[in-house]
Design a protein around this ligand. Structure first.
Ligand code: GH3
Ligand code: MG
Ligand code: MG
Ligand code: MG
Length: 323
């Protein structure tokens, strides 16, 4: 009995594997100008994958750059086109650099297959093609492509995490400070204005104390959304720390920066913040300090001046913009 159940367990494992691969539906582009020779390949793959056929190499490259294919199968048997040129072009284009390439070769093509592998072709099959081998090799490439895509996405995500604040999704202080140096340099070269807007939520500690830390977090998140939507596309909004935010505004003179700061201040004061699933609504105000870049300013010099303006806004009674 034990032997039987062991065997069944083994069967189950194999079945799961097969199911996973069967669920892996790849998008495949076959490139060949002779319909008859693609027919069998297409038929073998059609049940599992989505298969497109393209007879023009140039068109194939366009399609591959536009569509998220998992594999391009290139026939070496083009009548008057060197299929390897297509492979080399695919490798040099940003959009198709990571697209797996599988060559279909004739017996006498050995030298060209070697050149293809040198160009970065991933695999090849020689005619006459064995159906099972084709299916298996295609699946290997599709699986590898998906795995590589997942890895890339993970890398991108961790890079974003390093640049953004996890509570609000805004850029973090580190990113802002790096970017600010660049923007200062650019403003200096182009002799265009650069404004720095420093924002601090008024009496935020009592919000935490009265409604709880979670409600405080909720206010910070909602504020960030409202901040992001009230700045221009080229402005850089970041969470500077706790309940302090910075907006770096390239190409904005003092009147533009004041207008943005004033509009935000008014908008925040005018509309309450719903917290605790909307059960409670909180009045929030902000104080804003603005500084313009002056010739020779370093990042911390502008920040310090904005901080002095902010401090003045607090002293003058909060809920105001000082520049
Ligand atoms: P002022 O008008 O002078 O700015 O008063 P304030 O209470 O806003 O200033 P203070 O600097 O004394 O308090 C800021 C508070 O922000 C203290 C800190 O506990 C809270 N805080 C900082 N980061 C977070 C956070 O991520 N979540 C929450 N809920 N609170 C935070
Ligand atoms: Mg503060
Ligand atoms: Mg404070
Ligand atoms: Mg505050």
């Amino acid at each position: 009995l034990r032997a039987v159940s062991g065997h069944q367990a083994g069967m189950a494992a194999v079945a799961t594997d097969t199911i996973l691969d069967n669920g892996l539906n790849g998008r495949i582009l076959i490139v060949d100008d002779r319909a008859a020779s693609t027919e069998r390949i297409q038929t073998a793959l059609r049940d599992t994958h989505t298969v497109d056929v393209e007879s023009s190499p140039q068109e194939a490259l366009f399609r591959a750059a536009e569509t998220e294919y998992d594999l391009m199968i290139v026939s070496l048997g083009f009548t008057d086109f060197d299929a390897l040129r297509l492979c080399s072009q695919a490798r040099s284009l940003e959009r198709t650099r990571n697209l797996p390439l599988l060559l279909i070769a004739e017996q006498e093509d050995t030298a060209r297959v070697l050149r293809g592998l040198d160009l970065g072709v991933n695999d090849y099959l020689v005619r006459p093609i064995d159906r099972n081998e084709l299916v298996a090799r295609v699946m290997t490439q599709v699986r590898r492509k998906r795995y590589a895509d997942r890895l890339r996405t993970n890398v991108q995500q961790s890079m974003e995490l390093a640049l953004t604040d996890s509570l609000t999704g805004l850029y973090n202080r580190r990113y802002m400070e790096t970017h600010l140096e660049t923007l200062i340099e650019k403003a200096s070269q182009t002799e265009r204005p650069l404004a720095l807007v420093l924002i601090d939520i008024d009496h935020f500690k009592p919000i935490n104390d009265t409604y709880g830390h979670d409600a405080g977090d909720e206010v910070l998140r909602q504020f960030s959304t409202r901040l992001q939507s009230s700045v221009r596309g080229i402005d850089l909004a970041c969470r500077y720390g706790g309940e302090e935010f910075v907006v770096v505004m390239p190409d904005a003179d003092l009147s533009v920066a004041r207008a943005v700061g004033e509009r935000l201040r008014r908008n925040i004061a005018a509309e309450q913040f719903p917290v605790s699933k909307g059960v409670k609504k909180i009045d929030v105000t902000i104080s804003v300090g603005i500084a313009m870049r002056r010739e020779g300013d370093a990042a911390d010099t502008i920040l310090k001046r904005a901080d002095e303006a902010l401090y003045q806004a607090k002293r003058d009674g909060r809920n105001r913009v000082v520049s």
